[in-house]
Design a protein around this ligand. Structure first.
Ligand code: PA5
Length: 448
């Protein structure tokens, strides 16, 4: 197995009898998921995706990635939520959060359309000045405001910089197979298109063209990524909680929830996992947080955040949160601490030691301190931070999230709450069709 779940350090809060009592519910939830009989069962395409994907499209993704690598200094990826988080998470986890600064033979990758900040949009345009660019716009609905604004800008930029024929070759659209504004535009203009499958929701779409095209451009091996996910698909099938770590993890985190702990803090001791944490937060937050239920997913990078949030977690975290630590057994690139003449900093007791050992001792020290402080720790132990293991981890978390949602009694595959802010924003902007609400909302804001 590429991943091991260890719940030993949660026993101060969740006992074995709590888990045993939760087990039948967890098994039932997994059964509902795998028999495709639960709510949201029209969004289960991700379950078989690692082995049952469009091979022709997969080959086109690789071909397009090669084209982009050959012809662009910068790939601009436009998308929000599930349409960008997965790609960025994998690129930063496997390559680096400093990917764009590395000396490499692959293009820079800039993500935009994930906010409505004009400053960020202008900055990204400036970063593309004098560079050859390609654009990958990703939107399942094809109508989301944030990416739509950014795509207007970058489409104009590409059209003004290149001939019509050349511009057409530099824009790649990932969207619905048949419908939507973006699909219509792509067909009219003759852009290369990739599909967000009907039965795969945004936050479960990283292993479709949504994630795979930008990931392939970065040089991460997408065959390995899919192979890792396929291994997880194959291994995480048992309905015995003692044989299936994914099922076990889903059960234990729901035990915490039932004890009134409403916050799950996802931890990594590797800074390159910060965006992966963001992907996790969307996956769990959007899947579970509904009907007044759900764990609130948050995240920290340690030891960095031990110097900011560590105080709170240690002394006020008990009764509020538990932690899920993603631990990598192998370090990508180690550093051996040297000897310093005079030992002025008092660190010579570490000379000759690998920095990964110091990081691991910090992890162990934190584990004991937080457990002692009443904050239970769950550990997801992964071999290394490479494409295959990250693929495995993605599938593990997706499945654990889906099972958890069914244990909780929610539909893990919808996101009705996302619409509320959009409705208000459109009304306040005076979008046709939303006029009736405008005055009422402006009154509430004290604007009239
Ligand atoms: O998980 C989801 O479904 C959402 O986060 C969407 O991915 C996000 O809202 C973007 O939607 P779209 O791809 O339709 O532009």
């Amino acid at each position: 197995m590429s991943l091991r779940f260890n719940s030993t350090y949660s026993k101060n809060v969740v006992s074995q009898s709590d888990v045993d009592a939760m087990a039948p519910k967890a098994v039932e939830a997994m059964h509902t998921l795998m028999s495709k009989t639960g709510e949201g069962n029209d969004f289960l395409g991700w379950i078989d995706l690692p082995t049952n994907y469009d091979k022709e499209e997969f080959a086109r993704i690789k071909k397009s990635a090669e084209y982009i690598k050959k012809n662009a200094d910068v790939l601009v990826v436009i998308g929000i939520g599930g349409s960008y988080l997965g790609a960025r998470a994998v690129i930063e986890a496997v390559k680096s959060s400093n990917y764009n600064l590395l000396v490499k033979d692959t293009p820079q990758i800039l993500f935009i359309g994930n906010s409505i900040s004009p400053a960020k949009l202008n900055e990204t345009v400036k970063l593309c000045e004098g560079k050859d660019i390609c654009v990958n716009v990703i939107s399942k609905s094809g109508t989301t405001t944030e990416p739509a604004i950014a795509f207007r800008v970058f489409r104009d930029l590409v059209n003004s910089k290149y001939s019509q024929d050349e511009a057409r070759k530099r824009i790649f659209c990932t969207t619905d197979a048949h419908k939507g504004t973006l699909k219509e535009l792509a067909d009219t203009e003759g852009y290369e298109t990739f599909v967000v499958p009907d039965d795969v929701g945004g936050r479960f779409s990283v292993l479709t063209a949504v994630g795979l095209l930008p990931i392939a451009v970065s040089g991460v091996d997408i065959d390995e990524l899919m192979a890792g996910a396929a291994k997880a698909q194959n291994e995480l099938c048992s309905e015995d909680i003692n044989e299936n770590d994914c099922l076990n993890y889903a059960a234990v985190r729901n035990c915490f929830y039932n004890k009134g702990l409403k916050l799950e803090n996802f931890i990594s001791f590797e800074p390159d996992m910060a965006m992966f944490n963001e992907w996790i937060k969307q996956l769990f937050g959007e899947s579970e947080g509904k009907d007044g239920k759900g764990l609130f997913p948050t995240s920290c990078i340690f030891s960095t955040d031990l110097h900011s949030l560590g105080q709170y977690i240690q002394e006020s975290g008990a009764g509020l949160m538990f932690e899920t630590v993603i631990k990598f057994n192998e370090c990508d690139d180690d550093y051996v601490i040297g000897e310093q003449e005079g030992n002025l900093d008092g660190l010579n007791f570490l000379s000759g030691e690998k920095m990964s050992l110091v990081n691991d001792k910090a992890r162990q020290g934190t584990l004991l301190a937080h457990t002692e402080g009443g904050v239970g720790n769950l550990i997801l132990e992964v071999e290394k931070k490479d494409a295959a293991n990250i693929g495995y981890l993605i599938y593990f978390l997706e499945k654990a999230c889906a099972i958890s949602g069914y244990i909780l009694g929610v539909n893990p595959f919808n996101q009705p709450g996302v619409e509320s802010y959009k409705k208000n924003m459109f009304a306040l902007l005076g979008k046709p069709g939303y006029e009736s609400e405008k005055e009422n909302l402006e009154k509430q804001l004290g604007l009239c």
